[in-house]
Design a protein around this ligand. Structure first.
Ligand code: CA
Length: 431
């Protein structure tokens, strides 16, 4: 019985169809998201609908239970009381937790923000400022310092924007009445462990509304597993020590299978009449085999022979009309940090922009309008009605939905890229 306080006594959770998703569910994540997403005026009534979580138990009762549990796990009572002094539920956190934006940015718009000139020049300056430490970190963990700087830049704008909310208050709010109370409860216990370890004082433990902390935006359990004290002052300080933050990110990537000296991937060019159904993250082939299928680098030259044995997947972030990329194992390590292909692509390209590369040669299909959340839900409903089994009806285009889209595209004799478009939705409405 790990969580005795999660008995349903006195708590009525009304079921809801929407997905419980704290971070990194969208294809295009927010950049250095520190503040709750503001609802757009274009939201439809369906989207404003929130999970009707009715809490009978008061925050004070919840805190008393949580205190007993934390103390039973060895948390010092004085520390607990200091960390919770004056803590009340944060209404902004609840609002952010329940907001589900109707419209998402297309990948090219996301990349434009992620790879802005300002971010590139700040990154180059930071790489210069932290050169000695970054070289040492690269040597110790075997992770490319440009990748580390790119993560630093996207997670917290190089430490400028780590979120200004008290982590304990945010997580307590979410553990009490968030959409994923068990997850938040575990993170809150993890945060108490960090305080007990004296890595940071409660007042200086800042993060995003979702409890992502410091310059690396680690959640507490990730911190407890991977954070390191690189500057050796006795504290693992991902908030106010850039070397600690960067080394912690390097340690996390190393433990996520980072392969030293390998690229994340590269842009490629596909031959005419290519079978787009091969662009699926579950289909991995040695680069040599992709070359045999006629794939070249973005300029039309042969793929690098040095990588011919390396396993790669073909990524079409905007469908067959947009640029194509072959992504290697390190791309998957970046996705362990943030489970979004757009994010991993942004990190790879940003790391190259710091070195005056990273330009995408293919053109983005900017005339394509991305589907809204309600359209994506409708698409899934129609796919399901037609027997194409898209997985859940949740408005999120995951692997099952992509493969359902491919199957109907194949049946229609369309390019089977698994990419949802308004044309496909129109077609399905007519079936
Ligand atoms: Ca330190």
């Amino acid at each position: 019985m790990r969580h005795p306080f999660h008995r349903r006594t006195g708590i009525h959770l009304l079921a809801s169809a929407s997905l419980f998703c704290l971070t990194a569910c969208a294809d295009t994540p927010a950049i250095a998201e520190a503040e709750p997403a503001k609802p757009t005026t274009l939201q439809t009534a369906a989207q404003v609908m929130v999970d009707p979580v009715v809490m009978v138990r008061s925050f004070d009762d919840w805190r008393a239970d949580f205190r007993a549990e934390a103390l039973a796990q060895g948390i010092d009572p004085q520390l607990f009381d200091r960390a919770f002094a004056g803590v009340t539920p944060d209404p902004d956190v609840i609002k952010a937790d329940r907001s589900q934006p109707e419209f998402s940015r297309p990948v090219w718009t996301y990349l434009e923000g992620a790879l802005s000139n300002q971010r590139v020049s700040s990154g180059q300056r930071k790489l210069d400022e932290q050169r000695t430490q970054l070289d040492r970190i690269e040597q110790r963990y075997g992770v490319d310092k440009h990748i580390l700087a790119a993560i630093w830049g996207l997670e917290s704008n190089f430490g400028q924007n780590m979120g200004n909310r008290q982590v304990i208050r945010s997580l307590a709010t979410l553990a009490h009445e968030g959409r994923r109370p068990t997850f938040a409860h575990d993170q809150l216990l993890g945060a108490m462990d960090i305080l007990q370890h004296r890595d940071i004082e409660p007042e200086r433990m800042l993060g995003s509304w979702a409890g992502a902390m410091g310059q690396t935006q680690f959640i507490p359990t990730t911190y407890n597993q991977y954070a390191v004290d690189f500057d050796q002052d006795g504290r693992r300080d991902i908030w106010y020590s850039a070397p600690d933050a960067l080394a912690s990110a390097a340690h996390y990537l190393q433990q996520s299978g980072w392969q030293t000296g390998q690229p994340w991937g590269q842009e490629v060019k596909l031959p005419k009449d290519f079978d787009y159904a091969l662009a699926d993250s579950s289909i991995r082939k040695p680069m040599q085999q992709w070359a045999e299928l006629g794939i070249t680098d973005a300029k039309g030259s042969s793929l690098p022979a040095s990588l011919s044995e390396q396993s790669a997947a073909l990524l079409l972030p905007a469908g067959h009309r947009g640029p194509a990329f072959l992504v290697l194992n390190n791309f998957r390590s970046i996705m362990r940090y943030n489970n979004s292909t757009s994010y991993a692509l942004a990190i790879g390209l940003l790391s190259e922009r710091f070195q005056r590369g990273g330009q995408v040669l293919g053109s983005w299909p900017t005339e394509d309008r991305p589907l809204s959340r309600s359209e994506r839900t409708e698409l899934q409903t129609l796919l399901s009605e037609q027997g194409f089994e898209p997985g859940g009806i949740d408005g999120i285009i995951g692997a099952n939905t992509r493969s359902a889209i491919r199957r109907i595209q194949q049946q229609l004799n369309w390019p089977a890229d698994g990419y949802p478009t308004p044309e496909l939705l129109e077609q399905l409405r007519r079936l």
